[in-house]
Design a binder for this molecule. Structure first.
Ligand SMILES: CC(=O)N[C@H]1[C@@H](OP(=O)(O)OP(=O)(O)OC[C@H]2O[C@@H](n3ccc(=O)[nH]c3=O)[C@H](O)[C@@H]2O)O[C@H](CO)[C@@H](O)[C@@H]1O[C@H](C)C(=O)N[C@@H](C)C(=O)N[C@H](CCC(=O)O)C(=O)O
Length: 492
């Protein structure tokens, strides 16, 4: 267990603009807490305006539990004598700076690279982590799948943790002598100032398509959030963008960082070309050097190209980078392939957006060598962007010979309602090849029952997740486990 740092309040308020302090700023702060229920004596409670409730209403509870200081946008009506109140224009923004200072600004002593974009964040961050370890560095990873300090795995709750958890994690990585940290930067994180106060050595933009509109409301807001990451980069950092995404150039219009580009289609600092791509591997040309990769698919060509670019920008030798990259395998749940003894290929992929599903299915169709069938098992999550439901069903139909619509984290919604909304996207001509099987276990088994040697089953949407979230409870469920069980049963 990490020892908790203690700080004098005035020392962690340095740099927080417009802070209005009521009470003494010479008090000891033992922890920074965002949830009043977790406040302990000596805590600094941060009142945040959330999506469900307003943290300001819990200031009284925090004081009762012994908070030494309160960060807020609006002072409560009655102030307690033993507590220091810091009023700021934006609690979330101030919290980013305060959290970084509380943990002694660990990002300034690390080479920190952030990856943002709708798809590919996990793969790019994970490939970078694996690559730099292979190149001999001690590394940290902060990702949707898991956080990692060298070999030690720390479960992940968010793609990008809140500012306090994030700085604590970075501090832990720095204390364990990591030199490099690779992290995913979600649009939520930028909008909620989770990364404010961090010092990045570089930022990578993968691509942007419609997603998370339940949170951002409009696509413009979503773009603005992603762009906010590049606006925050310092002059010393690089901003590496995918020129083949039409929003690539916009992302870096206001950045102070050094803009660098990658592309499979046009002239760029890092230019790649796919020479061949099959289930056995991918052959590419990158900046006039040939390389064979174990990971496959056009979307991975983009991922690898950005990883190559970032590594070279961080000062690594191109030849060593390509050698190590050629050995990398897909991260868990990211186009992860499994082969049954009766020659059926199962692919488990996290694709949970229309665009990601289309990419994966296009890749699979590209990799087909003959008349093998593609069977897609897919669902859509509950209490999230409903617009994508019919779109994902339509995409599954367009690119597959057989489609099984099923459940995927229904959360608080009725799974049959979600499936009905998905079904509306099935074109009438595809009714015959589409079934609805609510039970995901049964859906995967059915796909395998119907598959013949050579066929490819895509199980999309959950990737690395090992649970099914139903009415606030996470039940154990793992696509890979179910698929391998089915493989084993038929072939035993
Ligand atoms: C939509 C969203 O981003 N929600 C995050 C947000 O919660 P919220 O705004 O709903 O909080 P709230 O419940 O309204 O509460 C407001 C404040 O009051 C506090 N509170 C509340 C109750 C109480 O009794 N006492 C108290 O102090 C809360 O701690 C909070 O600070 O702030 C919380 C604390 O930081 C986060 O844990 C929570 O993430 C939730 C769990 C979540 O699911 N977030 C997802 C959408 C998310 O962030 N996803 C992105 C990745 C997306 C992707 O690329 O796929 C991510 O980076 O993970």
């Amino acid at each position: 267990m990490e020892s908790t740092p203690e700080k004098i309040l005035s020392d962690i308020l340095i740099g927080v603009a417009g802070a209005n302090v009521t009470g003494s700023d010479i008090v000891v702060i033992k922890s920074i807490i965002l949830d009043s229920r977790k406040v302990l004596p000596g805590s600094f409670f941060v009142a945040l305006r959330g999506t469900q409730t307003d943290g300001h209403q819990y200031i009284g509870t925090a004081v009762q539990l012994g908070a030494a200081a309160i960060l807020c946008e609006q002072l409560p009506e009655s102030l307690s004598d033993n507590v220091t109140y810091i009023q700021v224009p934006d609690s979330a923004e101030a919290m980013g700076l305060i959290a970084a200072a509380f943990y002694d600004n660990p990002s300034q002593r690390l080479t920190l690279v952030g990856v943002t974009g709708t798809n590919g964040k996990t793969s790019v961050a994970t490939f970078l982590f694996q690559l730099f370890r292979a190149l001999g560095y001690r590394c940290g990873l902060i990702s949707t799948v898991q956080n990692q300090v060298e070999d030690e795995v720390i479960p992940s709750t968010h793609t990008t943790p809140d500012a306090v958890a994030l700085n604590q994690l970075l501090s832990q990585m720095q204390k364990k002598n990591c030199s490099h940290v690779f992290m995913e930067v979600s649009s939520h994180a930028v909008a909620q100032h989770r990364i404010t106060g961090l010092h990045f050595a570089g930022g990578i933009f993968t691509n942007i398509t419609h997603d998370h509109l339940d949170f951002h409301k409009t696509f413009d807001n979503y773009i603005k959030a992603k762009k906010g990451f590049f606006d925050q980069l310092p002059k010393t950092a690089f901003a590496l963008v995918n020129l083949d995404d039409r929003r690539g150039a916009v992302m870096v219009q206001n950045t102070r960082a050094k803009v660098e580009t990658y592309s499979l289609q046009t002239l760029a600092n890092f230019k790649g070309k796919i020479i061949s791509d099959t289930l056995a591997g991918m052959h590419m040309d990158i900046n006039m050097q040939e390389v064979w990769f174990r990971v496959i698919g056009r979307f991975n060509a983009y991922n690898l190209l950005s990883v190559y670019g970032a590594a070279v920008l961080l000062g690594e030798r191109p030849e060593s980078v390509l050698t190590e990259l050629s050995n990398l395998k897909s991260p868990p749940g990211r186009f992860e392939q499994f082969h049954s003894t009766d020659n059926i290929v199962g692919i488990v992929d996290y694709a949970h957006t229309p665009d990601a599903l289309e990419n994966v299915l296009e890749t699979i169709n590209h990799l087909r060598s003959g008349n093998e069938k593609v069977i897609t098992v897919v669902g859509c999550g509950g209490n999230r962007d409903a617009e994508k439901r019919p779109k994902m069903a339509a995409i599954a139909c367009k690119f597959s010979n057989r489609v099984i619509l099923t459940s995927d984290n229904p959360r608080y919604e009725d799974p049959l309602d979600i499936l009905e909304q998905m079904r509306k996207g099935v074109p009438p001509l595809d009714y015959k090849k589409t079934s609805v099987i609510e039970d995901r276990h049964e859906a995967i088994n059915r796909a395998y029952e119907e598959a013949h040697p050579g066929d490819i089953i895509l199980i999309a949407g959950k990737g690395h997740e090992n649970y099914q979230e139903i009415k606030g409870v996470k039940h154990h469920f793992d696509d890979k486990e179910v698929l391998l069980e089915a493989f084993a049963e038929r072939n035993s």
